[in-house]
Design a protein around this ligand. Structure first.
Ligand code: UD1
Ligand code: CA
Length: 452
């Protein structure tokens, strides 16, 4: 069986952050979750995560992950961290060691590495990097046999010129690992228990160390500072964008599209530039999303068009709707089919029935709207009395004139008409027209003042 250890105890000094490094986010998910997701796809016994910096912050933030959390109080080195996790792992297991700050490692690469370890019980993931500064270097003998790993700080000039680096990721049989880890010491430049020293012990005991490399070096790039985080973010966004295009989505500019979560798409979806999609979003067939839209946890059905600069959060939108430009649909709203929400309209916690139109400049909150209603420009549901929220009900076929205030709780019954400029403070019955009492004064021959 395979046991997995993810090392995540470090602070990440260069992030200059209170937040433990592995909790920083890439494409909307913490770095550690990215590693977890790839690891969890492998057939395995248990995922063990070693945490330390930031106290309980890491396990508390990610308490939904079904893993074994192991605290490393003092960060005495990667060898020490692995050793802490090893106690619960059966001797015959193979142990995959991963790093919480190397987020883009893929399932495919890990599968290949695990297979490669079967033969001798030890395989190392190495990679070639143009600027290997900071990494442990892979030292091989004249015929290419792996001899040891030398840390950057312990390396001599010749060793520093080696471009094959230790990614840190490896698979080792637990029994071997236990034996070697017990022999580690701190006689090195950093005074730490280096996991990497196990290679020398393997060589001494004539255990051959195999090695594999990932398809892309980006898979093994670590995050040490914010610049590296942004590089991985851009790379990952492009990978996601190309995946979506392969599935048949049109992205007008794959470099200006951000997906921070999961997106399901139907056929012939078109997404214009600078769209941000967050959380869990599903988009049906023939949906168009205009430029600069922000969409979070939404379900958008076939034939709907979201016009530019709209903000949609935690909402279900039916088929053939038109939303925006400049619309804001806030959480817990539901738009049925053929609904139109126009510019500068804000909807909150509201059900909107089929065919209803709210085309301009309105706030509709805490409301239930029936079918085929027309809501005029400047309509406001006054849902808040300073202490409590109240509900507004508007039944089918109601017509609401422009510049209207609906003071909740209030119900406008089926087919009723509200005249422009009305402040509605009582229910309106079917068949009624309601409007404010208006007195006009017409001044004849009125001369407007002129500037002197
Ligand atoms: C380590 C490797 C180096 C490799 C590099 C790849 C060692 C000695 N060196 O160096 O060969 O090229 O990774 O990125 O292993 N951690 C703990 N507890 C500790 C120390 C570290 O959990 O006591 C975790 C860190 O949070 C981090 C990972 O282990 O996720 C690597 O630690 P770091 O200090 O960054 O090691 P490097 O010096 O980069
Ligand atoms: Ca590192």
């Amino acid at each position: 069986m395979l046991s997995i250890i993810i090392l995540a105890a470090g602070q990440g000094t260069r992030m200059k952050s209170e937040i433990p490094k592995v909790l920083h986010k890439l494409a909307g998910r913490t770095l550690l979750e990215h590693v977890y997701i790839s690891a969890s796809r492998l057939e395995h016994r248990m995922i063990n995560i070693v945490y330390g910096y930031g106290g309980k912050k890491v396990p508390e933030t990610l308490s939904h992950l079904p893993v074994n959390w192991i605290e490393q109080e003092h960060q005495l080195g990667t060898g020490h961290a692995v050793n802490l996790a090893l106690h619960t792992i059966p001797q015959d297991d193979h142990v995959l060691i991963l790093y919480g700050d190397i987020p883009l490692i893929t399932f495919e690469t890990l599968s290949a590495l695990i297979e490669d370890s079967n033969e001798t019980g030890f395989s190392l993931l190495t990679s070639y990097i143009e600027d290997p500064k900071g990494y442990g270097r892979i030292v091989r003998n004249a015929i290419g046999v792996l001899e040891k790993i030398v840390e950057d700080k312990d390396a001599d000039e010749t060793q520093r010129s080696i471009c094959e680096i230790n990614t840190g990721i490896m698979v080792v049989r637990a029994s071997l690992l236990k034996n070697w880890l017990s022999q580690l010491d701190k006689n090195n430049a950093q005074g730490e228990y280096y996991l990497t020293d196990i290679v020398e012990h393997a060589v001494e005991q004539k255990v051959q160390v195999n090695s594999k490399s990932p398809e892309s070096v980006m898979e093994v790039r670590g995050v040490n500072d914010r610049a590296q985080l942004s590089e991985l973010e851009r790379y990952y966004q492009l990978i996601q964008a190309h995946h979506l295009m392969k599935l048949g989505v049109t992205l007008l500019d794959p470099a200006r599209f951000d997906l921070r979560g999961d997106l399901e798409t139907g056929e012939d979806v078109e997404i214009d530039v600078n769209v941000i999609i967050e959380g869990s979003v599903s988009i049906g067939n023939n949906v168009k999303i205009g430029a600069n839209c922000y969409i979070n946890n939404a379900d958008i059905n076939d034939g709907t068009e979201i016009f530019p600069n709209s903000y949609i959060e935690n909402t279900v939108i039916g088929k053939n709707c038109r939303v925006g430009p400049f619309a804001r649909v806030r959480p817990e709203s539901r738009l049925d089919n053929n609904v139109h929400i126009g510019n500068f309209v804000e909807i909150k916690k509201t059900d909107v029935g089929e065919g209803t139109k709210i085309n301009h400049l309105s706030y509709i909150g805490d409301s239930s709207l029936g079918k085929n209603i027309n809501i005029g420009a400047g309509t406001i549901t006054c849902n808040y009395d300073g202490a409590h929220k109240h509900h507004t009900i508007i039944e089918d076929d109601v017509f609401i004139g422009s510049d209207t205030q609906l003071v909740a709780p209030v119900t406008i019954k089926k087919g009723a008409t509200v005249g422009a400029g009305t402040t509605v403070i009582r229910d309106v019955e079917t068949g009624e027209l309601i409007h404010n009492k208006i007195e006009h004064t017409n001044v004849k021959n009125w001369k407007r003042p002129v500037k002197k």
